[in-house]
Write a new protein. Structure first.
Length: 375
């Protein structure tokens, strides 16, 4: 998941009191563990999988104080700390739509094989040796709009191949498979989510972690289907999207595969034996926590800030209900662009995926800035 390459949309920050966040202090205990993980990373200046803007001095000081309270701090101490150290601000885009926009994501759990077979024919690839991830501030005129590049043998940087070109064999021997899944749409959704848990036939379980992307722009294939009239907006879901691709054919030249190629972005992974009970590793390099971790625009916000998310969405029983949560920015995404944009991590497995695929809702997003700091 990556930052916008052009200027971020303008936004306003409207200062509010904690009274505007009803129930916020009832949630501090559940919020505290993932928040402390972020505080530790901020203080130690830990390596990030996808670099975000740097934390401010005020955020580093607030993180150090949080660590001094410890993991067993009582709720009243955590509440006092938040009141003393942070000021809530409503994030308001200066656009036609002045509310925040929420989506959700999950970690797929899918059957896979370490070898190609008729049942498992679509590869998930390791990071190639020639892939160079560009950092915010890197300027190469011929790579404008891209977040990664290919280093050629003579040292020259070139645009990295697109999804269609990679599928056609553009990487050659550099494209080393980690494992194989059932079909192209299964692999595609793993790319979109940025992680997966692979269930092998011998009982092994592998955790896939994002290891880089080709830097090409992300395009929502669901949005394409809606705009073309292939799937009505009211009927769009993860299941409907997968079914359309499978019904339309996934071989070269077929409509389903062509739709996947409309998203030029391609993601590479690393794999390790599963850490049972731990969430996937997000862009900040930390395990994500279900219903507490969110992905934010890393070109605007540093990792580790607290947010108050307020949206009516189908996040639990499939019916819209208030999702009013104290959450932490610990991830990012290629489609997560703008200050008032958040992707909610819903957890692992098919049910989390079903619920996450139904979330495309507007609401309100508040950022808690340390020391009253305004960016």
């Amino acid at each position: 998941m990556t930052p916008a390459d052009d200027l971020p949309p303008a936004f306003d920050l409207r200062r509010v009191s904690f009274d505007a966040l009803p129930g916020v202090f009832d949630q501090v205990t559940a919020f505290w563990t993932p928040f402390l993980q972020s505080c530790k990373a901020v203080v130690e200046q830990a390596s990030e999988l996808r670099k975000a803007v740097s934390p401010s001095a005020a955020q580093r000081a607030a993180s150090l104080q949080a660590l001094s309270l410890g993991p067993d701090a009582p709720a009243h101490s955590i509440s006092a700390y938040l009141k003393d150290r942070f000021t809530p601000y409503l994030i308001v885009p200066r656009e036609a739509e002045t509310r925040a926009f929420f989506t959700a994501y999950y970690r797929p759990e899918v059957r896979a094989s370490l070898t190609r077979s008729p049942q498992f024919g679509e590869p998930l690839l390791q990071r190639p040796a020639d892939l160079l991830t560009l950092q915010p501030g890197d300027e190469f005129a011929h790579l404008q709009g891209l977040s990664s590049a290919r280093r050629l043998p003579d040292g020259v940087l070139a645009p990295y191949p697109t999804r269609a070109e990679i599928d056609a064999g553009a990487l050659g021997e550099l494209a080393r498979p980690i494992a194989y899944v059932a079909d192209a749409i299964e692999a595609f959704m793993i790319h979109v989510q940025g992680s997966a848990r692979l269930l092998l036939d011998d009982g092994q379980v592998l955790d896939l972690t994002y290891a880089g992307r080709n830097g090409q722009p992300y395009t929502s294939i669901g949005k394409i289907l809606i705009e073309r009239g292939d799937v009505p907006l009211a009927e769009m879901s993860l299941e409907r999207l997968k079914a359309w691709v499978r019904d339309s054919g996934q071989e070269a030249g077929e409509r389903g595969r062509a739709l996947l190629h409309a998203n030029r972005s391609f993601v590479f992974f690393s794999a390790a034996p599963s850490s049972k009970g731990a969430g996937p590793i997000g862009a900040a390099g930390l395990p994500l926590t279900s219903m507490r971790s969110i992905a934010i625009d890393r070109s605007i916000w540093p990792y580790g800030l607290p947010y108050w998310a307020e949206v009516d969405a189908p996040w639990s029983a499939g019916q819209s209900a208030p999702f009013n949560r104290l959450v932490v920015g610990q991830d990012t995404g290629s489609a997560i662009l703008g200050a008032a944009r958040a992707d909610l991590f819903f957890g692992d497995g098919a049910e989390a995926g079903r619920l996450a695929g139904s979330v495309r809702h507007h609401g309100r997003l508040f950022v808690l800035l340390p020391g009253g700091e305004i960016r």
